[in-house]
Ligand binder design. Structure first.
Ligand code: HEC
Length: 123
């Protein structure tokens, strides 16, 4: 019995690891860069995502992917009129994210996080 349950645990852990790495691989860095260019994000945040055209436009390159994805989803929530702490309301960004799909946001966040920058510690 004991042996069986540890085998079950190992199988479950294997599934969790496979699922997690599958999700990461699903994020396409090239598609992220293409979406960033296609939706004119660079016109404010800069082509390298760190040479913003105005100081009020935040540096995105090298920021953590999960933070960026959370931010983009929060602007989307804001557009629905949600007033939770997980909703952001900003005239510019709330409009910008309307054209992005969930996959676009995941790819963009992954690409931005992969860029060299002083924002995050490189490993
Ligand atoms: C017209 C200028 C402009 C354009 C175009 C623009 N942004 Fe932004 N972006 C901003 C501003 C201003 C903010 C800060 C908004 C705030 O205070 O919440 C911001 C914030 C962000 C943030 C949150 C950063 C953080 O540190 O919390 C992300 C992520 C982001 N933009 C991604 C994008 C993406 C992706 C696109 C293209 C689809 C885009 N932006 C297009 C001006 C712009």
């Amino acid at each position: 019995m004991k042996k069986l349950s540890s085998m079950k645990l190992a199988a479950t852990l294997g599934l969790v690891i496979a699922f997690t790495s599958g999700t990461a691989a699903a994020q396409d860095l090239v598609a992220g860069q293409q979406a960033f260019e296609k939706f004119a994000c660079a016109s404010c945040h800069g082509a390298d995502a760190k040479s913003s055209t105005l100081p009020s436009y935040p540096v995105l390159a090298g920021q953590h992917a999960d933070y960026l994805l959370h931010a983009l989803r929060s602007y989307k929530r804001g557009a629905t009129g949600s007033t939770t702490v997980n909703a952001r309301n900003n005239a510019v960004m709330t409009a910008m994210v309307q054209q992005l799909s969930e996959a676009d946001m995941q790819n963009i966040a992954a690409w931005l996080a992969s860029l060299p920058s002083d924002l995050a510690v490189r490993r």
